[in-house]
Design a protein around this ligand. Structure first.
Ligand SMILES: Nc1ncnc2c1ncn2[C@@H]1O[C@H](COP(=O)(O)OP(=O)(O)OP(=O)(O)O)[C@@H](O)[C@H]1O
Ligand SMILES: [Mg+2]
Length: 312
């Protein structure tokens, strides 16, 4: 359980996070989705007791992060953005050491257990300094799990992992999240949608949207976009497709392709293709264009303003 009220952090003059309010319940995986500098790491560091907030309060596993930070640390597993690892130790030695620090009985068994959980048991005897970046990330994750914490706070848990490991770690998080409280940060919209029960979108230190992945998806398909590429000169192309009903917001992308939008359920692409060919152009490509994270923020904040946002 995590409860955050009015959390604010200033670094000197710069406000990194501003009046954050949210909750994460037991058995819930909450995703923190946002671009670089949004304030994800700042929030997580405050929640794990590594840094005090400037204003506001939070409780983690029922304990106050300021007045009961030791109790919080006992109950929270934290995968920091950059994991401080002892590179001279083997993976096993390091995890046993962490288990001993936390006074976990049978620390050797437990160390091996968490190595297995993150798929590193075969590298238990490797020195951490000799492990690949993704493997180091997994040692960090193992360290966060060592004391079976009630609350897990994972700062970009899948960054640097290969695709197979991304799938495994996501599955592991889902499994862990059934009984515990998990908060994870990510830049990747699809990751938030696949793993999380609820997604908080943070931008410039503020939560701009909060929803289930399903609702979020529904809100994001507010309009669809496609890009069109022809051989040679694209002059007059915008004008040509601009005459087609339902084609909106035409503009030329830096690579010379012509992008346009259309309403969902009103797929204008067949008409566009026909018009382009009948117009004497050689059609090379007509492809869907995904939304960037930044555009999603714009879209979501815009929806906020028009009151289309689903309140819960
Ligand atoms: N120690 C610090 N001193 C001063 N400013 C900081 C410090 N740490 C972070 N900031 C600033 O606070 C803001 C939020 O940073 P934060 O690291 O929390 O973002 P983030 O969402 O984790 O970004 P990323 O996706 O890049 O990890 C940024 O503007 C950053 O420059
Ligand atoms: Mg960060």
């Amino acid at each position: 359980m995590i409860r955050v009220e009015g959390l604010t952090k200033d670094y000197g003059e710069r406000r990194a996070i501003s009046n954050l309010n949210f909750e994460a319940k037991q058995g819930e995986i909450v995703g923190f989705l946002g671009p670089n500098g949004a304030g994800k790491t700042t929030t997580m560091r405050i929640l794990t007791g590594y840094m005090p907030p400037t204003e506001g309060t939070a409780t983690v596993a029922g304990y106050d992060i300021l007045s009961e930070s030791l109790e919080v640390r006992k109950r929270v597993g934290y995968l920091p953005e950059t994991v401080p690892l002892y590179t001279d130790m083997t993976a096993f030695e390091y995890l046993k050491f962490m288990a001993d620090l936390r006074k976990i009985p049978n620390s050797a068994d437990r160390a091996f257990e968490v190595l297995e959980m993150v798929g590193l048991d075969k590298r238990a005897e490797s020195h951490i300094g000799n492990l690949s970046k993704g493997m180091k990330q997994r040692v960090g994750l193992a360290q966060a799990l060592i004391h079976s914490p009630e609350v897990l706070i994972l700062d970009e848990p899948t960054i640097g992992l290969d695709p197979a490991q991304v799938v495994e770690v996501r599955n592991l998080i889902r499994e862990i999240g059934k009984q515990r409280t998990v908060m994870l940060s990510t830049h990747v919209l699809s990751e938030a949608q696949q793993v999380c029960d609820r997604v908080l979108i943070i931008n410039k230190g503020k939560i701009v949207a909060e929803d289930t992945p399903e609702n979020l998806q529904a809100r994001l398909v507010g309009s669809e976009r496609a890009a069109l590429r022809v051989r040679g000169d694209a002059d007059g192309l915008s004008k040509l497709i601009g005459k087609i009903k339902g084609v909106q917001n035409i503009h030329t992308a830096p690579d010379g392709s012509v992008e346009f939008q259309f309403a969902p359920g009103q797929d204008v692409r067949p008409e566009v293709a026909k018009a382009v060919i009948n117009g004497g152009y050689e059609l090379l490509e007509l492809r869907p264009v995904g939304m960037s994270l930044e555009e999603i923020f714009l879209e979501l904040t815009r929806e906020d303003n028009t009151g289309r946002r689903k309140e819960k």
